[in-house]
Ligand binder design. Structure first.
Ligand SMILES: C[S@@+](CC[C@H](N)C(=O)[O-])C[C@H]1O[C@@H](n2cnc3c(N)ncnc32)[C@H](O)[C@@H]1O
Length: 272
């Protein structure tokens, strides 16, 4: 495992995944009954954007730095939340955002395989369980949730060539074990063939009610670049497609440089 998220924290892809993640959690909170969130690739929780890794990549300049002055519109609650964690000097990862959003009756379970990242995470959130297991094994082992309501969030590094296959197999298994649970999985868009294969695999596994939200910065022609990213959502909450589109459009307005092929979409991968 060579991947270090500190190079990428707060970039456009983080902003996209986290704005949509927050919207899903807010939707789950519309009912007072408890929910559980399992963050399978949690990372370290909080990133210092003045650390050497963040300075070297500078990716956050094209991400959170472009959003931080937004005071209204659909992204405003997300921007307020990241600012409350110190953005743009520090950027909160998914565990800190979830920690801030969940209510006393809800449960948050974190998993991170890389030892140093897991140790940092435990320092930031000492009262939360932090597992150090393979993400997909963890998702299978910890579902269905005792609360019977909640979200499994997958955010893999895509270092392995079989990541999409392992991810789709895990989503399908969790779906069979816990049909009502929401599952959300972030993916990079470099070129289209792996994305089409991923969506196809989810359909072939028999999953129902699946959408894919995508933000494209440009036509994905050069597979060496991160041209955009997506979030597959199984059992999206009511209203996700319209709320998600508003968030994606607001992200595009700030994050796109107007390159050919830039755009957003929410497509149905499998019907209800
Ligand atoms: C994209 S980062 C996660 C960022 C985090 N979700 C956030 O939003 O702040 C991916 C993380 O997965 C961890 N990781 C890599 N392979 C893993 C595996 N098989 N199981 C669990 N974690 C893994 C990496 O160490 C890295 O911290």
């Amino acid at each position: 495992m060579n991947y270090r998220h500190a190079f990428h924290a707060g970039n456009f892809a983080d902003c996209m995944k986290h704005a949509l993640l927050c919207a899903i959690v807010e939707a789950l909170k519309r009912k007072p009954t408890p929910i559980r969130v399992l963050d399978t690739h949690a990372g370290r929780g909080l990133y210092d954007l003045s650390a050497p890794e963040a300075l070297r990549s500078g990716e956050w300049h094209e991400g959170v730095a472009r959003l931080i002055t937004l005071a209204d519109g659909p992204l405003a609650p997300f921007v307020t939340l990241v600012a409350s964690h110190g953005a743009p000097r520090r950027y909160p990862g998914s565990p800190m955002l979830l920690e801030a959003l969940l209510r006393p009756q809800d449960a948050l379970v974190l998993n991170e395989l890389q030892p140093e990242e897991a140790a940092q995470l435990k320092r930031h959130l000492p009262h939360r369980p932090v597992h150090r297991r393979d993400a997909y094994e963890c998702a299978r082992a910890l579902t269905p949730f005792p609360e019977r309501r909640g979200l499994v969030f997958y955010d893999p590094p895509y270092e392995r060539t079989d990541e999409f296959e392992r991810l789709s197999a895990a989503i399908a298994q969790v779906w069979r074990r816990a049909r009502g649970h929401i599952q959300a999985a972030w993916y990079p868009i470099k070129h289209l063939a792996p994305i089409h294969a991923f969506h196809h695999a989810l359909r072939e596994a028999g999953l129902r009610d699946v959408v894919a939200a995508e933000l494209w910065l440009r036509e994905p022609l050069n597979a060496a670049r991160l041209n955009g990213c997506g979030l597959v959502v199984v059992n999206p909450p009511y209203g996700f497609e319209s709320e998600g589109m508003a968030l994606l459009q607001a992200l595009l307005d700030r994050l796109s440089d107007g390159e050919e092929g830039a755009g957003v979409r929410i497509a149905r991968i499998a019907d209800e």
